[in-house]
Design a protein around this ligand. Structure first.
Ligand SMILES: [Zn+2]
Length: 335
């Protein structure tokens, strides 16, 4: 995930859109217009559903999913650890009863490297329409370029939070989806090559998501709505609304936050806008698909301190945060 010139953005939020950085205003306008043309019927769909007994999200299971990913080593594209992790994720989705589809592509990165990418999707009730897509990126950043120690900045990160946390929550959700049929079409997507970008180029991030949004993974595939989880395992996390999500998919954002409040997590999901983030949800918004980014980004402090540093490791994962996001997600899915 990229921090999009936070100071400018916060000034922009306070002083009006005109102060936001040019690239993002463009992104924002394109995303907003596209989504406005698409039908976001989230409010109707989710208001009509009735409360059922929810399957229980296990924080220890989610945490072990995070630890397992970290144990592969940094999941940098074109490495053996990345490939091994991808294989494990596909096999786990299949074990939980999902129909698994792989989408492979060779995608050029900003530095000329060709990234051998694989997007991995597990579908529950694949015959049903009106599909809910839940996604998280599983690749990790090749460089700890935000570390305070210059000696560490060329080294890859563990990505326990930035990458593995969202995947860990979704794998636990997959286990529950395989146990208790939600009665609706749900796809879990592990997306590749989010975090190989450079701050000099907004389009150098979210390569796997951009490819996925432009190239249907299955004939005619198009989700009705998408929820992205990114950095959902940090200590003292707060999930304010992300700016583009709020602007372009308000009904979906409201529905997810309503589920959080009913789970007792209103404080962790404050009804404020935390900032504008360039992440895997943007390619969906550009294609007119309502999409929200659930991300730990606080207006006053930005991303967690461990972001893109060597400290993004298991020691800084809080199972209570995984549980809060996971329980909210399960309520959102099943209610
Ligand atoms: Zn990142």
């Amino acid at each position: 995930m990229q921090e999009d010139k936070r100071d400018k953005i916060i000034r922009g939020m306070l002083g009006g859109i005109g102060l936001m950085c040019a690239a993002l205003v463009l992104n924002c306008a394109r995303a907003g217009n596209a989504a406005a043309q698409g039908a976001d019927d989230t409010a109707a769909v989710y208001a009509a559903s009735s409360v059922k007994e929810l399957p229980v999200f296990e924080r220890d299971s989610a945490y072990s999913n995070v630890a397992r990913q970290v144990a592969f080593g940094p999941r940098v594209p074109n490495t053996a650890a990345h490939e091994a992790c991808a294989g494990w994720l596909a096999s786990e989705l299949a074990r939980h009863g999902a129909a698994v589809t792989l989408q492979k592509a060779d995608l050029p990165a900003w530095d000329g490297t060709i990234l051998k990418t694989t997007n991995i999707m597990g579908s529950f009730n694949p015959e049903m329409g009106d599909r809910l897509l839940l996604l998280a990126h599983y690749d990790t950043r090749p460089w700890a370029d935000k570390d305070s120690d210059p000696a560490k900045r060329q080294k890859p990160i563990d990505g326990a939070n930035d990458g593995a946390s969202g995947v860990g929550v979704l794998l636990e959700a997959a286990r529950l989806l395989g146990t208790v049929n939600p009665g609706k079409g749900v796809d879990i997507l592990f997306i590749d090559s989010e975090d190989y970008g450079t701050e000099a180029d907004d389009d150098s991030w979210a390569l796997g998501a951009a490819y996925f949004a432009e190239n249907p993974i299955l004939p005619g595939y198009r989700p009705a709505r998408a929820v992205l989880l990114d950095m959902v395992g940090g200590k003292n996390a707060r999930f304010a609304s992300e700016y583009f999500s709020r602007r372009s998919a308000r009904a979906l954002d409201d529905a997810f936050r309503g589920a959080a409040a009913r789970e007792g997590y209103a404080e962790m999901f404050p009804s404020t806008v935390g900032g504008a983030v360039n992440d895997d949800h943007i390619p969906f918004l550009r294609n007119g698909i309502p999409a929200i980014d659930i991300i730990d980004y606080q207006e006053s402090t930005g991303f967690p301190e461990t972001w893109h540093t060597a400290d993004d490791n298991l020691d800084n994962i809080d199972p209570a945060t995984l549980e809060a996001v996971g329980k909210t997600l399960i309520r959102f899915i099943y209610e």
